[in-house]
Write a protein that binds this ligand. Structure first.
Ligand SMILES: *Cc1c(COP(=O)(O)O)cnc(C)c1O
Length: 804
């Protein structure tokens, strides 16, 4: 290994003595790329020649984070490389920092896509990602004067080491123009005239499997001008300026990721991005399908499975129809059968503000042919209801794809696919019984659940090597390939020697995080305190506000009674707010303002510390999660479809304080009531209040003195001069009746937090609970999730490219 690295350095005429960390980083990346490329080509060749079904996962987001360590682990060379680095006088950890996070996603949905790619490759499933190569990923967050400031994330400025441009596989995507119909040989032909043509260029990223040589592909599409700059005379200024403007308008399509998590804006550029992704992705799939199977499209659903990650890529349905009919000459019925048998849809949310709709006039102008097809799909669906479901006749406007000038993407996705899945049991139940009740009654067999998962290779093996080693020392290392084997740890839950070691690991990880906190915020936190972690996007329903209300309550109580006996706690937040989400930004401002007061009040005697770490992303999550004692999963019940942060922390031995929402419920089912702290309204309670009323936030303000004090502090400027901001939170809760039930759940949350404190005092008991959580976390590996998708939706099996 040492020699290989030295050789790489030599080729760029440096030596280890002269090399910088960055030189070493590039040398290592070249070395890895060479190795990966061999297996990548062999895998690709096998997929081109065998007749295995291929899975394509379409997603507007892939939140990959860094990949170098993943590759080192997958290729089983992490230890030799680490040693070689030491010999050369470098620290691998420092070298790895030179990789920029690929932040092509907002949060859970994008990270899920990344975990799925990892699991597909590791399980030897021929599965690939299709996404957009945004020039700018999710914005970088700075905290300045206790407010969020956004900076552009120009992640491509140093070249992306893993990507490979495949110019020869570029395709064209057309926007706008008009459709001209002609008849030839008794058949209608659709000619697209005056369209704007965009060149879609694929950049492929290799996705390595764990210890198996399989290398799948993440194909990211980039928009480029199809006109050649050389044909413009730079001295002919008006024309050249037009050209530059035109070029920029094309490149804009893949310029940036929309930063609104779980919120839909209905912007034209976003629709352009979606169609760009779908059209380019499908054209390249059809191209490789035809090379293998000529034009026998009846084979298509047997050889191709397409999963769409939320409704964002649901234009695959009309676009596949277009390509099959206009491009390949198939009739409607045949094309429809192929399309619906190929496409499967994953629903991610029931939040109404996240449901995608497009104004029909904007849609038809931008995508005239696709609009015709959507209209036809809608027409046939409405006719079907009219003639075959008389009891649904009244509901046609409610269930149609197009109604009142709006196109409803979720309806299109359900009608045009063979599978509709939710992402946790409760979420799928809510879809079936409430949100998509009528569609469920029309198509009961389409609906199914696939509880989310996370790759235990990144989220345990990679980020917590100390705990991984301890686990392997007890139960062997088979759990790495079979995460359900973690259950064998249950025998050690009450083993005091093992508990002590697990405790040592946790303390070590807390010390490491404490150093990071000191370096990045200047705050000194006590590694003996409880590390209470709330990391996720900032959103009303995720209720960071409930957490900070409880912290302020503790603060007020300690001021009143400085001798109050509580275990010291360090509250750790990480969260980005969408730039246009005013309330979320106010909550950040509130947390930072309260933190400033609490952290610097000597009367608190360091019993409370509030830390907000800047720029929450995959790399920061990797630093925080191994050190978490308590995992905050406190969404308003019914709102968090699954959550995956909950799984990551459980797997690292944190105990969950959470509502009965999303996958928290399945975590509770696995570990039992005694090993999780649940509280608050249930989903049924919440849905009942929404439908029937009966909750009055003012009543709670009047009767709960603790909350009255905090709300008055907000109103009266206790947290700073910038009173106006905090008054808005006050009015949100009291005048707008607290739509996320923060005040309603406060009492139950506070009691449960007190129970957390009491429980932590018994360190043995705490460690028993912690180990029990780790032992049951195998179910939440995305390997299990992907096995379920593979056997129940995609009908694909493992297809090893290499014999082991
Ligand atoms: C896992 C993850 C998420 C999702 O967290 P939730 O708690 O499920 O919302 C979001 N962002 C990043 C960077 C993650 O790693």
């Amino acid at each position: 290994m040492l020699e290989a690295i030295n050789n790489e350095l030599k080729q760029f005429s440096t030596s280890a003595e002269e090399a910088s960390n960055k030189d070493i980083f590039y040398a290592l990346s070249r070395l890895l790329t060479k190795r990966i490329k061999q297996d990548w080509a062999l895998t690709q060749n096998a997929y081109d020649h065998n007749s295995e079904k291929q899975v394509y996962y379409f997603s507007m987001e892939f939140l990959l984070g860094k990949l170098m360590k993943v590759h080192l682990i997958n290729l089983q060379i992490l230890e030799p490389v680490k040693k070689a680095m030491q010999k050369l006088g470098f620290s691998l950890e420092e070298v790895l920092q030179y990789e920029h996070d690929a932040g092509l996603g907002n949060g859970g949905l994008g990270r899920l896509a990344a975990c799925f790619l990892d699991s597909m490759a590791s399980l030897e499933i021929p599965g690939h990602g299709i996404g957009i190569r945004y020039k700018y990923g999710l914005f970088e967050q700075r905290l300045i004067n206790q407010n969020q400031v956004e900076l552009p994330d120009y992640w491509l400025k140093d070249d992306y080491i893993w990507e490979e441009r495949r110019n020869e596989q570029s395709v064209e995507v057309k926007f706008g123009g008009t459709i001209h119909m002609t008849e030839r040989n008794g058949r209608l032909h659709f000619v697209h005239e005056n369209a704007e043509t965009v060149k879609a260029v694929p950049f492929d990223v290799p996705i390595t499997g764990y210890n198996n040589q399989t290398v799948n592909t993440l194909r990211l599409w980039s928009a480029e001008s199809s006109l050649d700059a050389a044909s413009y005379d730079q001295n002919q200024l008006p024309q050249y300026r037009d050209y530059l403007e035109y070029k920029q308008s094309i490149e804009e399509i893949s310029a940036f990721l929309y930063p609104d998590d779980s919120h839909e804006e209905g912007k034209k550029l976003r629709l352009k991005q979606q169609y760009f992704l779908v059209s380019a992705g499908l054209q390249s799939i059809i191209h490789s399908f035809k090379k293998k199977y000529n034009a026998d499209f009846s084979l298509f659903p047997k050889k191709i499975a397409i999963q769409i990650n939320d409704t964002h890529p649901s234009l695959v349905i009309p676009e596949l129809m277009r390509l099959l009919m206009d491009g390949e000459g198939l009739g409607w019925d045949k094309a429809w059968e192929i399309t619906t048998n190929t496409v499967a849809y994953t629903n991610h949310t029931t939040l109404s503000e996240a449901l995608e709709t497009w104004p029909a006039d904007m849609f038809s102008t931008l995508l005239p042919r696709i609009f015709m097809i959507v209209e036809e799909i809608n027409e046939r669906f409405c006719q079907h209801l009219w003639f075959h479901h008389e009891d649904y006749r009244d509901r046609i406007p409610e269930l149609a794809v197009i109604s009142y000038g709006q196109i409803k993407m979720a309806h299109l996705a359900v009608i045009g696919s063979h599978s509709v899945n939710g992402v946790a049991k409760i979420h799928t139940d809510i879809l079936k019984k409430k949100e998509m009740k009528h569609f469920y009654q029309l198509y009961p067999s389409k609906f199914n659940n696939k509880t989310n998962g996370i790759t235990h290779r990144r989220w345990l093996l990679q980020i917590n090597p100390e705990l991984s080693r301890l686990i392997s020392s007890a139960i062997g290392d088979k759990w790495v390939e079979r995460p359900k084997d973690l259950i064998k740890l249950i025998r050690y839950a009450e083993d005091t020697a093992f508990q002590d070691k697990a405790m040592e690991v946790k303390t070590y990880n807390k010390q490491v995080l404490a150093r990071h906190i000191k370096e990045h915020t200047g705050l000194i936190v006590d590694d003996q305190s409880i590390f209470d972690v709330h990391i996720k996007r900032l959103h009303g329903y995720k209720r960071q506000l409930l957490n900070i209300f409880h912290i302020v309550y503790l603060y007020n109580t300690l001021k009143e009674n400085p001798n109050l006996d509580i275990i010291p706690r360090t509250f750790i937040f990480g969260a980005k707010a969408a730039p246009s989400y005013y309330f979320a930004k106010q909550v950040i401002h509130f947390i930072l303002s309260a933190a400033d007061i609490i952290n610097h009040d000597p009367a608190i005697q360091d019993k409370l510390k509030v830390v907000f770490l800047e720029n929450y992303n995959v790399s920061l999550a990797e630093k925080i999660i191994p050190a978490a004692d308590v995992s905050e999963q406190i969404s308003t019940a019914s709102k968090e479809a699954s959550g995956t942060g909950n799984m990551k922390m459980m797997m690292n031995g944190a105990l969950t304080i959470g509502t009965l929402d999303g996958a928290n419920i399945e975590i509770k089912d696995m570990v039992g009531d005694k090993n999780i702290f649940t509280f608050g309204l249930t989903a049924d309670d919440v849905l009942h209040y929404y439908h029937h009323g009966g909750y009055n936030a003012q009543d709670i303000y009047q009767t709960d003195e603790r909350l009255q004090l905090i709300l008055n502090q907000l109103h009266d400027g206790f947290f700073g001069n910038d009173e106006k901001d905090f008054k808005d939170i006050y009015y949100h809760l009291l005048s707008h009746n607290d739509e996320f039930f923060v005040l309603k759940d406060f009492n139950s949350y506070e009691e449960t937090q007190e129970f957390v404190d009491q429980t932590y005092r018994n360190q043995q008991k705490w460690m028993t609970m912690s180990i029990t959580n780790i032992a049951h976390s195998g179910k939440f590996s995305s390997d299990r999730t992907i096995q379920e998708y593979a056997s129940e939706i995609w009908k694909v099996s493992k297809s090893p490219v290499f014999s082991r």
